[in-house]
Design a protein around this ligand. Structure first.
Ligand SMILES: [Zn+2]
Length: 245
């Protein structure tokens, strides 16, 4: 069976000889692992289109559960990510999150759109990396089934308060009057509206918000800890990113 799909390469493992095993985020099939023959040979037709962060048009063949890359033609390589170690580390983290949390054999157009746009902004450098990280983390949680409920206080239904608290354990918010023992973070109005924006806004407006640097730092801590708590695992690429900033 042959499948034609655009996909982003989110992981590359070099195999023996000149072969590669690549992990792709495809639009229609979600995360797919595929073998590339001869990919490590410089000058091979698939060489430049099957490197990490390459977004390419793929022609895959499927035999049983095994995919092979028959042909790949490059659409966008995000090549300037590698000129900045912090950007590179962050891009690797976004790819690890995607490879870990996106389902296999299920359409992933939303996640693909998110990761492509985020890498694009990372290359351009016009959005603060801390904010990009928060957007990517929380929106990935929404897409992959870990959406928090930030609509109103989980106890009394109050929409807004000077301070609301957010529990990363149950993904709910609580007003001042009902403050529950489980609540881990205090959200002022800036933080609450930033989180609501990331969770509920239309994709077209997702990247259109700014918060002051101090709030960006707090937001970053909240989205990262929510993700780690909810997915219950550590990410090597995140630890690396944190070791260099
Ligand atoms: Zn309440």
């Amino acid at each position: 069976m042959q499948i034609s799909t655009p996909a982003l390469i989110i992981k590359v493992m070099d195999m023996r000889e000149n072969d590669r095993l690549v992990t792709l985020l495809t639009k229609n099939l979600g995360v797919v692992k595929a073998f590339v023959s001869g990919a490590k040979k410089v000058g091979h037709k698939n060489h430049s289109a099957t490197s990490l962060f390459c977004y390419s048009d793929f022609l895959l063949t499927r035999t049983g559960n095994t995919y092979k890359v028959k042909d790949a033609s490059l659409i966008n390589s995000f090549f300037n990510l590698s000129s900045n170690i912090e950007n590179l580390a962050l891009a690797q983290y976004f790819c690890e999150l995607t490879a870990t949390l996106s389902p296999e054999e299920t359409p992933a157009d939303e996640q693909l759109r998110l990761v492509l746009n985020t890498l694009n902004f990372l290359c351009k450098g016009n959005i603060d990396n801390t904010i990009l990280k928060s957007i990517f983390e929380m929106r990935t949680m929404v897409i992959t089934g870990y959406m928090p409920n930030l609509l109103a206080c989980s106890e009394c239904g109050k929409f807004d308060d000077e301070i609301m608290s957010f529990s990363i354990e149950n993904g709910e918010i609580c007003c001042k009057g009902c403050k529950s023992v489980n609540s881990n973070y205090l959200l002022n109005k800036t933080l609450l509206s930033a989180l609501r924006h990331i969770v509920y806004s239309d994709f077209n407006k997702l990247f259109n918000f700014r918060v002051p640097p101090e709030s960006a730092k707090q937001l970053n801590k909240i989205t990262e800890n929510y993700l780690i708590y909810q997915t219950d695992r550590q990410y090597n690429t995140l630890n690396f990113y944190k070791s260099i900033i």
